[in-house]
Design a binder for this molecule. Sequence first.
Ligand code: T4K
Length: 520
Amino acid sequence: MDAINASSEIPTTLRQVKYLNNIVQQDHRAVKRVTKPMLNFKSFQSAKCVLAGTELMHMIRKGQLMLEGTNDVSFAVQFYALAGQNRQVRGTGIRCSQNHVHHWLTRQNPYLPSVSIEMVMWTAPILDKQTRVVSRLLYEGIRTQNTQSKMTKKTIFVTRPQLPPLEELIPYLEQIWRTRVLTNGGPFHKELEKALGEYLGVEHLCLFTNGTIALITALQALKITGEVITTPYSFVATSHALVWNRIKPVFVDIDPKTLSIDPKKIEAAITPKTTAILPVHCYGHPCDVDAIEEIARNYNLKVIYDAAHAFGVKCHCGSVLKHGDLSVLSFHATKVFNTFEGGAIVCPDAATKKHIDHLKNFGFVDETINVAAGINGKMSEFNAALGLLQLKYVDQSIASRREIDSTYRERLKEVQGIQCLNDSGEHAANYAYFPILVGADYPIARDVLYQRLKDLGVHTRRYFYPLISDYSMYRGLPSADKNNLPVATSAANQVLCLPIYPDLEISVIEEIVLLIANQL
Ligand code: T4K
């Protein structure tokens, strides 16, 4: 029996693959070992699928696929190594035993990190133990085929914005076109402020054109000056907002568990010039709000939370956004809730909201009264309308993120050298990001992993590397010294944010994890 010649004679049908698939689904027990090859080639049927080299290796290592004494009969496999975008770089055909497969993958194939393997296999349609082994392989292969085509043909980004069905936006646009109210606090703006307040469980909220302008305005609203204590482990907007207000950032190290500012380090950084603390609920995990606010009370400091990542997050006492003097949200395209661009300030009372509403509208109270050198931070009617629609889908979107988060956690828990970040005791999380820390005991460096994944089309991000304090405009500050920031420095050098967004398929996540587990 010549396996290679047989490949052209035996038809490939999806129906047969599905049939075998059903067998697998009826019996989920992993068959560990085949000792007596009994398949009859005459009754073989064929199926063709693509199986990632890493997946096959993984199955062999895990003992899901073990073939013995099968030099001529257990099943026949034909491999073609494909590199990159389906370019065939090597072709060979073998009848395989476990050793053959292992040898071929490890010794003969120099392209293992980036190959997929096309397999043509024949198996008998009999419900015996042996058939199940082969059909399981087919099942895995088919699953991987879907993934593989996505990984090679489609780039996987760290995030993809959630968008509502386009047709649902049309009525909103029709209203805008009909009324010609485009901005300056129109009906959709008012409606979204109310709807978001209800959804987030906060009473007073001002919409903004983006999170950065909201941060700058929040600092203005509270007349913050001098020095502000903040974290270096964030997006640059956090510190840039201070600089735009001519405030000096004072960097304090982060807590190794939450990667948000470490309250134990704050007091030592307070000087007579300190007027406020600007912490970040990093990745949407709440800061230690109780400890931070106790320090603020003791030293008479204001607290403004950069809550850009914390949409919908609840801590022990309800919405985390109720903490501090003000909290600032971002509704950027990359966030859990997006209005393309957008943001908001959550305020404690109506008077503060009124003041901020003036500030974001150039300081105007009415046509003739201007109370402050305000800015233009208003959200447009288009963005507000989109927000109303997005809000309908946000729970669904967070639920999908939750599933992705738990799949990553489950699959990554046995991968040596990879540490997932745990929540910080939140009662409701939003799963905005999925950061992992690549430790010294992982076989390759974080940046090598980052680059190899990127080469395969998986675009992770190193949020937050470099540290803000390492950028040129901050590097000279005494608090930017690396010796002052050992935890933040180490996190920045280890972190990798894996793709997470609502329509990211579980099969793609599994493939990403396999790539990480096998160091690609
Ligand atoms: N404070 C904190 C703690 C923040 O994280 C941020 C923003 C702010 C304040 C300021 O809020 P905003 O002023 O932005 O409202 C992104 C975002 O631009 C930024 O909003 C965000 N933080 C930061 C963490 O991430 P980049 O430079 O990494 O974005 P970008 O364009 O590389 O996007 C990442 C991936 O997302 C892309 O590879 C593909 C995907 N993507 C992105 C956009 C913009 C899309 O699929 N579609 C898109 O339209 O900064």
